[in-house]
Ligand binder design. Structure first.
Ligand code: GTP
Ligand code: MG
Length: 261
């Protein structure tokens, strides 16, 4: 897969791998990598907390309550990142240039879906495990008109030196086998929440309108096929649609390039 890691800045106050931090009575969080989040500092003090949650059905309610301040912090990260994207939009408006961003969608993962993902990944059902292993709790989709806009947005994000780039997966250069195309970035953005700075992970999916059309319809078709009896495997057709869409958007990008030259 076409993925690479940017390591642009190092936080000298980071804990070393394997080091443990004791944050509350009885609660020990193993620091798993250089950039972990210290989530328990945000928990109400002396609140009894079951950090060894075993039965997903019984714990959703408790988990939802415990994770509430954490989700607010992720929501703050969504707002902070969206604000940076809106500043880019505003710059292009000011320069009287075509805006590289067509629209932006945001979503915050629910407590239930976080628990589901922890279970799927066979991880401990704890807040520490959620914050340090699930990087799409805050998700932003940036939909652009043309492919060159996708890379312009990527470069503008990379250039912001207080954003930490964790990973970039370029499914445009190397589409997934099923035809999925998009640029995924996992970044950490600084958020001041409850008087503490945290570098909160945000997943950015940057794609064109055409890629977004394919991904939305593929998601819909795949979901519906799951509930259909019989032979409803549209994998080849979906892959062909992805190719046709790519050809069409490439042609339209050439037309636009001639007009913007
Ligand atoms: P997780 O991050 O653990 O979910 O897995 P991953 O890192 O292997 O996934 P990846 O970063 O490749 O994709 C994450 C998100 O991209 C998904 O939750 C979808 O929103 C989107 N995505 C990835 N592949 C597809 C696909 O084939 N079709 C559609 N419609 N969306 C996809
Ligand atoms: Mg991912």
């Amino acid at each position: 897969m076409g993925f690479f890691i940017f390591m642009r800045q190092k936080n000298t106050r980071e804990k070393k791998k394997g080091e443990q931090i004791v944050v509350e009575e009885q609660v020990i969080v193993e620091v798993q990598e250089a950039e972990t989040m210290q989530v328990y500092e945000m928990m109400p003090l002396r609140r009894p907390m079951n950090d060894n949650m075993e039965r997903i059905a019984d714990m959703t309610e408790e988990f939802s309550q415990t994770i509430d301040p954490i989700l607010r912090m992720y929501n703050a990260a969504l707002c902070a990142t969206t604000a940076r994207l809106e500043i880019i939009e505003d710059e292009f408006q000011y320069r009287k240039l075509r805006c590289p961003i067509h629209h932006i969608d945001t979503r915050l993962k629910s407590a239930k879906s976080i628990l589901g993902k922890l279970q799927k990944k066979d991880l401990d059902l704890t807040l520490g495990a959620a914050c340090n292993n699930i990087y799409d709790i805050a998700g932003i989709r940036v939909v652009c008109s043309y492919m060159k806009d996708v890379y312009l947005i990527r470069d503008r994000i990379v250039a912001q030196d207080d954003i930490y780039i964790m990973e970039i997966k370029d499914y445009i250069k190397e589409p997934k086998k099923n035809g999925y195309r998009s640029l995924h970035m996992t970044v950490r953005v600084p958020v001041y929440f409850m008087n503490k700075k945290q570098m909160v992970p945000v997943e950015l999916q940057i794609r064109t309108l055409a890629m977004d059309l394919w991904a939305s319809l593929e998601h819909d078709i795949k979901y519906k096929s799951l509930y259909q009896a019989g032979d409803t495997d549209f994998s080849d057709e979906l892959k062909e649609c992805s190719r046709l869409i790519y050809e069409a958007e490439k042609k339209m990008e050439v037309m636009n390039a001639m007009l913007e030259a």
